[in-house]
Design a protein around this ligand. Structure first.
Ligand SMILES: [Zn+2]
Length: 228
């Protein structure tokens, strides 16, 4: 059902990463900014970049997997890239904290997975991200600042997310994201994205410029005031 599954469309040049396997699965009760949930936190052997990424099962994820295998709707899934400042410190310079909270709440209701990906600062790392913040304070947007540091606008790689999904037999998902590029990348990595489910817009005075850059530079589907 996983590695041997016939590819949906050979013309799209699907490049499946190597197989990974579940290493451990532990149950952790969560309380996250007012949302309570029970999480099954899974670790893996064989992830391509050697980092300690997590796949977190929420709600009735086992039922959602079984339902999908029987031809029902695919589990809801969100790839969330680590953001220490937003996720842990509650920084309002980005919308990662509210996005994480919303994802835990919605996936817990629907049954599915949150992939917590250790690629801070769109993959450039924590210190470099803070350097980029300093450049943004000097007038660059979030993408221009990464470029000024000699880094890619976005260095994130979703291959480990695809590996983790495949390891637990999640051949198809409903993707909780406003980012069309995430859907395209997961499809290229061999994950069938049945549907892209939009998240809310978490706009504050402090992150308005950051969210506007997401819409202008990477076609995020966010409803911002004064925009289509
Ligand atoms: Zn963030």
């Amino acid at each position: 059902m996983t590695a041997t599954c016939p590819r949906r469309d050979d013309a799209t040049r699907v490049l499946e990463p190597p197989a990974a396997s579940v290493r451990t699965a532990v149950v952790v009760p969560l309380s996250l900014a007012g949302v309570t949930a029970t999480a099954t936190v899974m670790t893996f052997d064989g992830l391509v970049d050697g980092r300690e990424h997590l796949l977190i099962g929420l709600g009735d994820w086992e039922g959602a997997l079984a339902g999908a295998r029987a031809g029902g709707p695919a589990p809801l899934m969100r790839p969330h890239s680590e953001c220490l400042t937003g996720d842990v410190l509650g920084s309002e310079r980005c919308d990662c904290g509210p996005q994480l909270r919303e994802a835990v709440e919605r996936i817990s209701e629907a049954g599915g997975f949150l992939a917590y990906l250790r690629q801070e600062g769109r993959g450039i790392g924590l210190y470099a991200k803070l350097d980029a913040y300093a450049l943004q304070d000097a007038g660059l947007d979030t993408y221009e600042a990464n470029a000024a540091l000699g880094r890619g606008e976005d260095e994130r790689d979703y291959a480990p997310a695809a590996q983790m999904l495949r390891a637990i037999g999640a051949a198809r998902i409903r993707l909780l994201s406003n980012n069309p590029d995430k859907a395209a990348q997961l499809e290229l990595l061999g994950v069938e994205v049945d549907e892209r489910v939009a998240t809310g817009t978490h706009l504050t005075a402090a992150n308005a410029r950051y969210l506007a850059a997401k819409v202008e530079r990477t076609a995020h589907t966010l409803a911002l005031p004064g925009r289509g």
